[in-house]
Write a protein that binds this ligand. Structure first.
Ligand code: 13P
Ligand code: 13P
Ligand code: MG
Ligand code: MG
Length: 377
């Protein structure tokens, strides 16, 4: 058995530049400097999508390692100092707690980690998205690992033919459940078609039991009376040799699907695949976008990234996303562009309801009662 490598992607929104559109270069430089000083990491990259900073790190300490998590937390604290000095928007917004408690999960930042023995060649795609939530990966992960119309390898590669196991989190009840595909395909879809609640956390090969994909799906915390943890997500996917080819992993994004999280976390929009020149969502703070970074691992070294959506072949997807975005915007404050009441991050409903409380009457009361009520005001 060779030595195992851990790939950790830990991300947070430390403050937007300008508004929620991008990350100030000084924050990226600060994170770079902190990671460069660290002795535990084999390699690292600091990238961003929209206003989120992603720390991509390799090491040998396994997943959920308290020292690695603390180090990432400290990097974000250092970045927060800079963000506060520059008065960036929402400086430190994802650091929900004042004190680190051993594991960064549930404290605001998003985490996707996997530990594995590096193969003879180890191609990896890291996806990072802004203005959406972890359930945004449900549809593409399903297509990559379960849909033969997307992934022909499921049909013609003997190392993939047995299928994959999907681990799904129920974010509201804090429970998890596993499905074996393809035989439990219909059961899986009952759940993951509701991506605001049920999210694919990981996927494993049934042939080798190897980890194939991990998302930053975190359990939701009830803080200040509302759920938090539906954060701009990341996802790691290993590719080739018994796993989907890089092209099969990217293919689901050729047809932009609808995701929640646009403007004030309260709207639905298309997930647009973008290259590194289009990382800042500006139209109505969106639409949601995703970048795909390709790496070859070499003894833990992150060789890359390549900018996988920077390809003319994804131009049509971007065009379709813009057309969908135009149409949805025309609906303004109406569902399904605006999210259902219970899913919105922002609502004035309690205040408006309070103001109008006395004006509501039972529908079967007559007009006189209505007039009396209006007259009494
Ligand atoms: P504020 O302007 O009150 O921060 O809300 C709008 C927004 O940008 C959502 O995060
Ligand atoms: P972020 O979640 O990317 O900070 O965006 C907040 C928002 O509401 C933008 O309109
Ligand atoms: Mg933000
Ligand atoms: Mg963001």
């Amino acid at each position: 058995m060779g030595e195992k490598i851990t790939l950790s992607v830990i991300k947070a929104d430390i403050g937007g530049f300008v508004g929620h559109s991008s990350v100030h270069p000084q924050l990226l430089e600060t994170a770079e400097r902190c990671l460069a000083e660290n002795k535990q990491l084999i390699d690292y990259k600091v990238v961003n999508i929209g206003d989120d900073i992603d720390l991509i790190m390799t090491h040998k300490y396994g997943v959920d390692n308290p020292e690695i998590h603390r180090m990432a937390w400290d990097v974000f604290l250092e970045c927060t100092k800079v963000a506060k000095e520059l008065k960036l928007y929402g400086a430190g917004q994802d650091l929900l707690s004042d004190a680190f408690s051993g594991n960064i999960k549930g404290m605001g930042p998003g985490v996707a980690e996997m530990e594995f023995e590096e193969r003879k060649s180890e191609p990896i795609v890291i996806f990072a998205a802004d203005k959406t939530e972890p359930g945004a990966w449900n549809l593409p992960l399903y297509k990559m690992f379960a849909d033969p119309f997307n992934t022909i390898g499921l049909v013609i590669d003997p190392k993939m033919h047995k299928g994959f196991r999907f681990e799904v989190y129920d974010l509201i009840k804090n429970e998890k459940v596993e499905f074996s595909l393809p035989e439990e395909l219909y059961d899986l879809l009952v759940f993951i078609g509701a991506p605001g609640r049920y999210c694919i956390k990981s996927v494993r090969s049934k042939t080798t039991d190897e980890i194939a994909a991990v998302s930053s799906t975190q359990r939701m915390n009830l803080m200040a009376g509302r759920y938090v943890g539906k954060d701009d997500p990341v996802c790691i996917v290993r590719c080739q040799s018994g796993l989907p080819a890089v092209g099969e992993v990217l293919e689901p994004f050729a047809n932009p699907h609808l995701v929640a999280g646009w403007m004030r976390g309260s709207h639905v929009g298309p997930l647009m695949p973008v290259g590194k020149n289009d990382l800042a969502p500006t139209r109505f703070d969106g639409p949601a976008r995703v970048r795909a970074m390709g790496f070859q691992l070499s003894k833990g070294r992150l060789v890359g990234p390549t900018d996988l959506f920077d390809d003319v072949a994804f131009d049509k997807a971007r065009q379709t996303a813009n057309e969908i975005a135009n149409y949805l915007r025309s609906l303004g404050p109406f569902e399904p562009h605006r999210l259902p009441l219970e899913d919105m991050e922002y609502t004035s409903m309690p205040q408006v309801m309070k103001k109008l409380k006395n004006r509501f009457i039972k529908i079967d009361q007559d007009d006189e009662a209505m007039e009396a009520k209006i007259g009494a005001k």
